[in-house]
Unconditional design. Structure first.
Ligand code: B12
Ligand code: SF4
Length: 528
């Protein structure tokens, strides 16, 4: 079969496509796990942001797909639906499958006539079985993880159990299937690699728990090294480990760092995300190994510096530790300190605008970020489908915006009990711009040619909305903020095509729901 896999063009404020264009790891992983005789093309539309419709049109003409698969996050839902509608108009016989976080967690939004298949949860095995079944004409009802359209009805199959990736049964991603180029982090070609899947924590804002339960699965280290080597052979100079939480198993992370050095793969820049507690506890051994292996940026899930906010976000446990005879204490500063001592940069992940946040509590977090993190990655709580946080915001009547294309993390779509959403967003936006400028010095040292070519555009992007009048004080920051929001709003129109009409199909359980729970829930195990 001829298969075209697309990721969506939508990006958000902290990922300006000028400086950061990451590949979608899901699509190449799907491609790598299909039977080899299929012709698969992977296109990350973030690489064609300014010409999405033309690019999709060209891809459909060139590849003439029998099946098109789209990977969609919630804030990309509207663009994805427009693209699907466009593909339908061009290639009415092509079948359409959707997967990723939004179709997995809000499947009912996708049960409409333009869509044929919804793949929920991990996709490799489900998609492989779907393609086999389409090729051989065997029943779709036997494929766990799949919802499929049967005339005007969507049939719901049971969920698929989580893949035991440690047995090496998942093949490596197929990067050769990519048909667009231009991936970058600050001018260096970047690729994504997975070393593990899952997380055993249960932060209330995170989609991962509803997606796959609380569990942690490790890919064999030899496979990870082969994956990195493959990315490097194809030109990557930087690798982003997309693990949900690599810091769950510190000894393994240390072993991975050593293995990267032994295999001679430490000439790449590595970026990783993790919790503060493991760095605070094991940083003195872990951080030097990371540095030696080539790690440069650590995205730290600090989430918030105030205990009440951490409790709301259910992010206390991962950000604190208890040493003998002492009360539990927050580990954020210790983690930042040890990473800095070993020459690593901290990307500070914070969430401001929680239900009880006041101006003072938000300002405290922003001041903290200004003092301690190298690059701010500050977001607003965003009620993604199925997260515990979404339920709480809804119950308290704090969700003020249901336009999902604005659910990008830096648009405040909820208010707090004390502040309007727009005010929350303004506070963050105003503070964060200046924090970003500070890091440019380090970027110049590492990537001078990129800054020379693009520095002025990066600066202009960071200060979008400002004019010379703002600079000389003839108008206030709020005028610039209004213009910035208007720019963002125009920018979201990635796909020049009308929204399809809102229709839904009836849904039915295709087979008895023998297995409604597909994952091991740690709390449940403890209760038993
Ligand atoms: C790596 C990552 C990123 C990276 C890279 C993104 C990229 N280009 O892929 C960066 C840092 C850039 C990023 C940014 C953002 N991210 Co992000 N990110 C992740 C993370 C940590 C891992 C995703 C990943 O690559 N997993 C590995 C792959 C193999 O798994 P996967 O994507 O789940 O795909 C599997 C299935 O979903 C399925 N599948 C996926 N697509 C398809 C398509 C088809 C056709 C089929 C059949 C199956 C299928 O099969 C795949 C293989 O099993 C997740 C999860 C987490 N715990 O936080 C969040 C996550 C996906 N991100 C999220 C968000 C919101 C964002 C941001 C909007 C804001 C933010 N929070 O930072 C930005 C926007 C990005 C942009 N385009 O501008 C949310 C999405 C929530 C939602 N409901 O939409 C998540 C779930 C985190 C969360 N908050 O809970 N992100
Ligand atoms: S620690 Fe990270 S991956 Fe795990 S639940 Fe919390 S936010 Fe999600």
């Amino acid at each position: 079969m001829r298969i075209l896999l697309l990721s969506m063009p939508d990006s958000f404020e902290h990922m300006p496509s000028l400086a950061i264009r990451m590949p979608n790891g899901a699509l190449t992983s799907l491609a790598g796990n299909l039977d080899p005789h299929h012709e698969v093309a992977v296109a990350d539309l973030v690489l064609a942001q300014s010409a999405v419709r033309e690019t999709v049109e060209r891809l459909i003409h060139t590849h003439v797909p029998d099946l098109v698969g789209l990977s969609v996050m919630t804030f990309q839902r509207r663009t994805a639906k427009r693209i699907i509608s466009f593909i339908r108009s061009m290639a009415p016989d092509a079948q359409i499958a959707v997967g990723g976080y939004d179709p997995s967690l809000a499947p009912d939004v996708w049960t409409y006539p333009d869509v044929d298949f919804i793949v929920r949860g991990e996709g490799e095995l489900t998609f492989r079985e779907l393609v086999r079944s389409l090729e051989r004409g065997t029943p779709l009802a036997a494929i766990p993880g799949l919802w499929y359209r049967d005339g005007t009805v969507f049939q719901r199959n049971a969920m698929r159990p989580i893949a035991p990736v440690e047995d090496g049964s998942l093949s490596l991603p197929k990067r050769s299937a990519r048909v667009l180029s231009g991936y970058t982090v600050l001018g260096r070609q970047v690729d994504v690699v997975e070393t593990s899947r899952g997380c055993t924590f249960d932060c209330s804002f995170c989609s991962i728990i509803e997606m796959r339960g609380r569990n942690f699965h490790r890919f064999p280290i030899s496979r990870v090294l082969d994956d990195i080597a493959d990315a490097r052979t194809r030109g990557a100079r930087a690798i982003f480990f997309v693990d949900d939480n690599i810091t769950i198993d510190v000894p393994r992370f240390e072993a991975l760092c050593k293995a990267i050095v032994e295999r001679g793969l430490h000439d790449l820049d590595y970026i990783v995300q993790g919790m503060t507690a493991p760095f605070a506890t094991h940083g003195d051994t872990l951080a030097p190994l990371m540095k030696k292996a080539g790690f440069r940026y650590v995205f730290l899930g600090i989430e918030n510096i105030l205990e009440d906010d951490l409790a709301f976000l259910k992010a206390r446990a991962k950000n604190s530790r208890q040493s003998q005879g002492q009360a539990r204490r927050n580990t954020t500063l210790e983690a930042i300190d040890v990473l800095h001592r070993h020459g690593l940069f901290v990307v500070g992940g914070l969430i401001v605008g929680n239900p009880d946040d006041t101006r003072e509590s938000i300002t405290a977090n922003l001041t903290f970020a200004r003092h301690y993190v190298d690059w701010p990655y500050i977001q607003h709580p965003t009620p993604y489908p199925g997260t515990p946080m979404t339920r709480e915001f809804r119950e308290r009547g704090l969700i003020i915006n249901e336009r999902f294309d604005e659910y990008d993390g830096t648009t405040a779509v909820t208010r707090s009990a004390h502040l309007e959403a727009e005010e929350i967003e303004f506070l963050r936006w105003e503070a964060e711009r200046w924090m970003k400028v500070r890091h440019i010095r380090s970027v110049v040292r590492h990537d001078p040619a990129f800054v020379l070519r693009n520095g002025h555009r990066m600066f202009a992007h960071t200060f979008r909305g400002s004019t010379w009048r703002t600079a000389v004080g003839l108008e206030g920051a709020r005028d610039a903020f209004r213009r910035y929001r208007a720019i963002r709003s125009r920018e979201r129109e990635y796909m020049d095509w009308p929204d399809p009409p809102v229709t839904t199909c009836e849904t039915r359980d295709a087979a008895p729901p023998a297995m409604t729970k597909h994952f091991v829930d740690i709390d449940e195990l403890i209760r038993q």
